[in-house]
Design a protein around this ligand. Structure first.
Ligand SMILES: [Mg+2]
Length: 347
């Protein structure tokens, strides 16, 4: 948004005017969306399917920094982080409800940008925006999204089903979003010192995109079904791989072995990590915000899984009394913990 345009204060529209403006173009895409925006509540009919519900709130200054997060990307990301949790249940996302709290310095035009991103994600992932709320905030922008999804009762996958000898699989690549954030923070510091400096972001488009406009692997849900592979446990990777593997192990009462050299890490993640002195494995294990899926499958599915390059096998499930271990590149076993491991100390 160019700064020479006059911006409209939200008070010019009022709450109902604002809601009209933000929701006027909605065309419902899903049969299950019986009633969308415009009444006291939305109506969703999942006809024999079970309904999956999740919510996530993003707060300015805690989860995002508007000095480097474009509002359109932020809107997109706020939807994706919720859909990722629906996928993690092996369910299909169908609707979202969007609530925002805005401060007096938020303009109508900036909300247009935010909603443009929200609608872009709704179109890409084929979900309907069916309701929400707007209110004021004294501290900054808050975006709270609730996502609704559906699944046949027998298709739902919980964290608790992993069994000894199952393979641990992940989609996509890990650690890039963390490195993207470090790059944005670095460039913000450079800009503070010299506002005329041009940010040096070339070669790092991947890590920036993974931080600012992440995607969640929605096609994997259909692919697993087509492959006839039913994961025994599943979770999305929002807080770093270690923490998510531990959640599965705890819920399933099992142990695990994860191999550091099998972690899928993009070259640009490694390259930027080298620049700032952070090992890319640490970013993958403890960075977070990857929004990929982590799941376990029976060993008998290995021949099927290996034909899909977007799915990587990174380890296996053991008996609970073996604990949870990470095997480093040189074959050292370290305890896997959510706080992270000190890579340098073991080299
Ligand atoms: Mg989750």
């Amino acid at each position: 948004m160019s700064s020479d345009k006059k911006l409209t204060p939200i008070s010019d529209l009022g709450e109902f005017g604002l809601i009209d403006r933000m929701t006027k173009g909605i065309k419902l895409k899903n049969k299950s969306s019986v009633k969308g925006v415009g009444d006291d509540a939305a109506v969703v009919n999942h006809n024999g399917y079970q309904t999956v519900i999740t919510t996530d709130m993003l707060t300015e200054g805690i989860h995002f920094d508007l000095s480097y997060s474009p509002l359109k990307h932020l809107g997109y990301k706020a939807v994706v982080v919720n859909l990722s949790d629906i996928l993690a249940m092996n369910a299909k996302p169908t609707q979202i409800v969007v609530s925002i709290a805005v401060s007096a310095r938020t303009s109508v035009e900036s909300l247009d940008e935010l909603y443009a991103g929200i609608y872009e994600a709704c179109n890409f992932y084929k979900v309907d925006l069916v309701g929400g709320d707007t209110t004021s905030s004294r501290s900054g922008l808050v975006i709270s999204i609730t996502a609704i999804g559906k699944a046949k009762p027998e298709d739902l996958i919980y964290r608790s089903g992993a069994k000894e000898n199952d393979l641990i699989c992940v989609t996509g690549d890990l650690g890039a979003a963390y490195m993207g954030l470090q790059l944005l923070i670095r460039e913000k510091e450079v800009y503070k010192v010299n506002p005329n400096s041009q940010p040096d972001l070339s070669g790092f488009e991947h890590i920036l995109e993974r931080q600012l406009k992440p995607e969640c692997p929605i096609s994997i849900i259909d692919k697993l079904e087509k492959m006839n592979v039913r994961p025994t446990a599943m979770i999305d990777i929002s807080d770093g791989l270690s923490s998510e593997v531990l959640h599965i192990c705890q819920a399933s009462e099992v142990g695990c072995v994860v191999h550091e050299d099998k972690l899928p890490i993009d070259e640009s993640t490694i390259k930027f990590g080298n620049q700032i002195g952070v090992h890319s494995s640490i970013a993958a294990l403890n960075g977070g915000e990857d929004y990929e899926l982590l799941f376990t499958v029976p060993l008998s599915d290995f021949d099927t899984i290996k034909r899909y390059p977007e799915i990587k096998v990174i380890g296996h499930i053991t008996k609970e009394d073996k604990g949870c271990s990470l095997v480093t590149g040189d074959g050292t076993y370290l305890p896997l913990d959510a706080q992270g491991f000190d890579h340098g100390a073991n080299e």
